[in-house]
Design a protein around this ligand. Structure first.
Ligand code: ADP
Length: 347
């Protein structure tokens, strides 16, 4: 598809360049030939005057216009060569430029295709499990009401997990939610953490996990909803990948002479192997250990990274298998001023 688009684009470049080049050639030809005609007319006149002055038997022959026609043909031929050269050069350059023009579009399309393929794969697995479960239970004629309720409960869990997957997919695919403009406002850090902890506490309580937090009373300029989402993703992971009855520690403080805020979320769970660390922010990436654990489609951290990037911050991770993981997020207190400074530097 891209090869044919590349050829088409090259052809369009050629049509435009050749149209311009041919117009120029015609104009140049007419200018030169009229100049030649004019010069020839002047020379012819002078020649005739001098010739008339000579006695008839000494007069040279009448001046012929054959060399003039030959000169015009010569110009035509040269212009044709130039046009042929322009055709060959612009075909090569056009083909190269068309490739360069289409490359970002091709990359975007590849990325989109990969996203659709990954998303379909992720949706297919739980849907197949759900379907098989329902079919098996429907065939079971001795299924009691209690058992049926148990099956429905399991199904509900699967459906809830699918719903969260589709929500995350929408966020990533739609782009609006994450990539769109930031809705910046003054955000009070303790309030953010309170909201995020409230949202995840049913999960923590379910596993007997205690969340200890020490948050500085500081406000930052940020998109409140997105920052809450970011903290929820990190806390949700910390709970998911922690053992029962363990501890999660959350710290929020200012750093860099109060120009940034640092958020640290530390758990004492399964940890992440060093070989997995470079990939955990990739879409759909899950470590082999987490696959056997509850939930998770490998989208949370890629959304978290996008949110941090949008706020011009950074996110890093330190982890040791079997000991635990710490995510460190650094966010500028005033991202809009960073933009302003950058803008004034560039202008
Ligand atoms: P998921 O929904 O699978 O948790 P994420 O994108 O949030 O997807 O995380 C990607 C992978 O990174 C997880 O599958 C898991 O293997 C690993 N991971 C993330 N957070 C932690 C953590 N706190 N402890 C251990 N592993 C983690």
């Amino acid at each position: 598809m891209f090869t044919s688009a590349r050829f088409k684009l090259t052809a369009w470049y050629l049509v435009i360049i050749m149209a311009i080049s041919l117009c120029f050639s015609v104009v140049i030809y007419y200018i030169l030939s009229s100049e030649l005609d004019h010069s020839f007319a002047v020379i012819y006149q002078r020649y005739e005057i001098r010739r008339e002055l000579l006695p008839p038997d000494l007069r040279p022959p009448v001046l012929e216009s054959t060399p003039l026609d030959a000169a015009k043909d010569h110009i035509k031929l040269n212009l044709l060569y130039i046009d042929l050269f322009i055709l060959a050069a612009s075909a090569t350059a056009g083909y190269f430029l068309a490739g360069r023009t289409l490359r970002p579009i091709q990359r975007m399309l590849d990325e989109q295709n990969r996203f659709v393929a990954d998303a379909s794969h992720e949706l297919r697995t739980p849907l197949t499990a759900l379907r098989t479960g329902i079919e098996v239970n429907l065939r079971d004629e001795e299924l009691t009401l209690n058992q049926a309720k148990g099956v429905l409960r399991d199904n509900l869990e699967e459906v809830e997990s699918l719903q969260s997957l589709s929500d995350n997919l929408l966020v990533l695919a739609n782009g609006k939610d994450i990539k769109g403009e930031l809705d910046l406002g003054q955000v009070f850090l303790p309030k953010i953490f309170q909201e995020a902890i409230d949202r995840v506490s049913p999960l923590a309580i379910g596993k007997g996990i205690k969340i200890e937090s020490k948050i500085a009373e500081v406000s930052l300029e940020a998109d409140q909803e997105k920052i809450i989402r970011l903290v929820i993703i990190l806390l949700d992971n910390a709970i998911k990948y922690s053992n029962k009855d363990s501890l999660i520690s959350v710290v929020g403080e200012t750093i860099d002479h109060a120009h940034k805020v640092k958020i640290e979320i530390q758990d004492f769970g399964i940890g992440i192997a060093e070989k997995d660390l470079p990939f955990i922010f990739d879409r759909f990436y899950r470590t082999s250990k987490s696959r056997s654990k509850e939930g998770g489609y490998g989208l949370g951290l890629s959304i978290a990274k996008q949110i941090v990037d949008l706020h011009q911050g950074s996110i890093e991770v330190k982890s040791q298998v079997g000991k635990g993981t710490t995510f460190i997020v650094k966010l500028p207190l005033f991202p809009s001023r960073l933009n302003f400074n950058l803008g004034s530097l560039m202008s």
